[in-house]
Design a protein around this ligand. Structure first.
Ligand SMILES: Cc1ncc(COP(=O)(O)O)c(C=O)c1O
Length: 411
């Protein structure tokens, strides 16, 4: 097989660096994976496949960093989006599709008695913390260490953010109920809300699915102390369960934030919540120019219907099981120790040991040269469009890439 070359990708990257800070912002930059050994720009996407600007075709396990769960350019979703685009999109007053989507979400998600709309996950996670604070008249938000809830100042330390912005944010270890109880006990009557992701999916870490007892304990703690429990289901949402990941992990949150795959590639996020928080949701300001755009909402309705019709979550689970088994077998044959973690639509693979992710980056580059987009240290995603044939081809690429990894690094 002729190995892929990424010349045009890096020509575009050079051009980008002249006019865009960092060339490509955030984790989509090739500097965050295997610079020079992976493509930097795509020209086309369809289903589980993508094409880069050099004309190389790949099977892809990133799904737009979770932005699509049905598959890229899903024909049913795109038809619904195009039909809505003919009528109205970002307008002065909203379209009825906004109500229809809210009705669907309310009927689908047990915790949803109401729905508010944003564009990005960060919009709704930040707004949820404001609702928790206003509802309780308290200030402190507890989150898990290293958990990502978006780029906003309350949760993402960065240059340009005064440390005071995080004064009222406490961090505890994920999946450690005692640590959470202790943080609450040390701040009596001051904790407004606890925000948690349904599974731990921190970058550079194996994924961790906590036992239901963890979230049951968190729920009891929140009930006892009058704390608002918020789930950040932005990444896992609709990949673990169509009615929200709490169906799998428990916890019965008071507010749930979704984004990413809701519009299957069309920008849309929502926070949904329980009736008791409606009066506060009425009060806490939330507005953005494009928040009520109709095209992503039409896309989301079609996406949710299709996810259900195609039993997408079950499909992702079975593809995940095949991929996991195959990778583990090939790792063993190559004499390498692999850790495969995650659940269905979200998964991660690490080499043990590989403290600096050097092996992972090398492996990832070899996979890209052979037509598979893999990530060395961010969790990957599956969608309803991934097929058994995709898995087989990926495993063939992995076999060769693992052999080379072993030759280069030893065990
Ligand atoms: C769990 C989680 N919450 C919130 C966000 C922020 O979403 P967005 O990047 O759409 O603002 C992300 C994004 O990766 C996420 O994974």
């Amino acid at each position: 097989m002729k190995l892929y070359d990424f010349t045009k990708s890096y020509q575009w990257f050079e051009r980008a660096e002249k006019v865009i800070p960092n060339g490509i912002q955030g984790p989509r930059t090739p500097r965050f994976s295997a610079f020079g050994s992976v493509p930097a720009f795509y020209s086309k996407t369809l289903g589980s496949h993508v094409w880069d600007v050099d004309g190389n075709e790949y099977i892809e396990y990133l799904c737009g960093f979770g932005a699509v769960a049905l598959g890229y350019n899903d024909p049913v979703v795109e038809k619904a989006a195009a039909a809505q685009a003919q009528k109205a999109n970002s307008t002065s007053f909203p379209s009825p599709v906004m109500v229809e989507l809210a009705e669907r979400l309310v009927s689908l998600i047990p915790q949803a008695d109401w729905v508010v709309y944003g564009k990005n996950g960060s919009d709704v996670t930040t707004w949820a913390t404001q609702v928790a604070r206003e509802a309780t008249g308290r200030n402190i938000i507890i989150k898990a260490k290293h958990a990502y809830h978006g780029f906003h100042a309350w949760c993402q330390p960065s240059v340009g953010v005064p440390p005071e912005y995080q004064t009222y944010v406490l961090e505890v270890d994920y999946n450690d109920l005692k640590a959470l109880e202790q943080a609450v006990a040390e701040n009596p009557g001051q904790v407004a809300g606890i925000m948690l992701c349904p599974i731990r999916h921190d970058t550079f870490k194996d994924l961790e699915v906590p036992p239901r007892s963890y979230f049951e304990g968190v729920r009891q703690l929140c009930d006892r102390e009058g704390i608002v429990l918020m789930f950040d289901d932005v990444r896992c949402g609709f990949r673990m369960h169509l009615s929200g990941s709490a169906m799998v992990v428990g916890g019965d949150p008071d507010i749930v934030c979704f984004g990413k795959s809701l519009g299957n590639g069309h920008a849309l996020s929502v926070a949904v919540g329980k009736e008791k928080l409606r009066p506060t949701a009425n009060k806490v300001y939330f507005s953005g120019t494009h928040f009520q755009a109709a095209v992503p909402m039409a896309a989301a309705i079609a996406c949710l219907k299709e996810m259900e019709a195609r039993d997408a979550v079950e499909h992702m689970n079975s593809i995940h099981a095949l991929l996991k088994k195959g990778m583990e077998q090939r790792g063993k044959s190559a004499g390498l120790q692999l850790a495969f973690s995650g659940t269905g639509g979200l998964f991660f693979m690490t080499f043990k040991p590989d403290p600096t992710f050097e092996k992972a980056r090398f492996f990832c580059g070899e996979m890209a040269k052979r037509g598979v987009i893999w990530h060395p240290h961010h969790n990957m995603f599956l969608g309803a469009a991934h097929t058994e044939e995709d898995v087989q081809k990926s495993l063939d690429a992995a076999e060769a890439s693992l052999k080379l990894t072993k030759e280069k690094f030893g065990s």
